[in-house]
Design a protein around this ligand. Structure first.
Ligand code: MN
Length: 161
């Protein structure tokens, strides 16, 4: 089974890191607004550097010496299954896959748009299926870590307190 994880990350900006296990690493995208369950909502996903598989289990405060320092909560996690060959889809800039997480389920798409500057922009969006939801906002409705139940605000407050 291949793992996926979505980590909410408070660094210079608050964003979500969407990571798919592929080829022995976590292929990663930074999604400023986080995922949406509404198929018509396409969220910018900037392709960022691969992370080691172990990072999928990380929740807590990163040391200030680390690149991407700040606070991280495991917002969702589970398994993913690509339609067709995942590595070929990644190279071609078009990945369709199924997620089995706690918050994110069903069919999803990641599609590369034109490169902008030195970073590749992709769009992350939900496929139309029984897990789609056009009304709610999963980011604000279900903010807490699926591991600890803490929100990132609570994690940050614990560091100060
Ligand atoms: Mn990040």
């Amino acid at each position: 089974m291949r793992r996926f994880v979505v980590q909410q990350h408070a660094a210079r900006t608050l964003h979500f890191d969407f990571r798919l296990e592929l080829g022995g690493v976590l292929v990663s995208w930074a999604v400023p607004k986080g995922p949406s369950l509404a198929p018509k909502v396409r969220r910018l996903a900037v392709h960022v550097e691969d992370h080691a598989l172990e990072h999928a289990d990380f929740e807590g405060i990163l040391p200030d010496s680390e690149p991407g320092r700040g606070a991280v909560v495991i917002w969702d996690r589970g398994t993913w299954t690509p339609e067709g060959d995942g590595a070929a889809g990644l190279a071609a800039g078009k990945l369709t896959f199924t997620l089995v997480g706690e918050k994110l389920r069903g069919r999803w798409h990641l599609v590369r748009t034109e490169p902008q500057g030195k970073q590749e922009s992709w769009l992350l969006f939900k496929g139309r299926d029984e897990f789609a939801d056009d009304a709610g906002d999963v980011v604000t409705d279900r903010p807490a870590s699926v591991v600890s139940g803490r929100t990132i605000a609570e994690l940050l407050a614990s560091r100060l307190g």
